[in-house]
Write a protein that binds this ligand. Sequence first.
Ligand code: GAR
Length: 223
Amino acid sequence: MPSALDIVVLISGNGSNLQAIIDAIKTHQVHGSIRAVISNRADAKGLQRARNAGINAETLNHKDYSSRESFDLALQQLIDSYNPGLVVLAGFMRILSDDFVDHYDGRLFNIHPSLLPEFKGLNTHQRVLDANCAEHGASVHFVNSELDSGALVLQAVIKVNSNDNAETLAQRIHQQEHIIYPMAINWFAEGRLTYKNSQALLDNKLIAAPPQWKNKTLHIQDI
Ligand code: GAR
């Protein structure tokens, strides 16, 4: 078993995904250790979750910087002071500059509330409803320099019910995110999930279609 993966988590708000990762580490479902949680907003609830768990909680306010690049460079320096093997975006609502993304190539994860590549960007739940989709979901992916893009790792899929609204969907998607994000992070921690030439591999096999967590089962199709 390799030594525990050092992780830095970036947040902007509630941090329920952060909490799921903290809990999964505590119950040994993720073989890792969160070295720091960094927020671009001082009032992010996730910072308190980090403190409650005895994790370093840092704020770096983007408003204190004159450009995206200067903020991202300061963020990078702060992250690197913790020397992480993986940087996890968990509701970090900032567009990242190319240099930042390149610096963490292959060790930067994001979770997004849609079945990517569908519904990149904001307000995904309402947009899924407006488009009359039968299914919705969440995706874990390696980050590249395009918004909500990069090699897909794992998705959760739910059915959209006729009585769903944006709030009910958000709630059910969150529940799924709390399952698949720790799962994917642990694959990476155990060395099962790797990244080569901008592509994700699971157990040395290229992920062509991401595994899907659906009806409490992991469906592995086209790996
Ligand atoms: C999550 O639903 C995550 O998928 C989304 O923000 C929420 C954060 O919730 N991220 C994005 O939309 C990124 N494009 P949390 O703060 O409770 O973990």
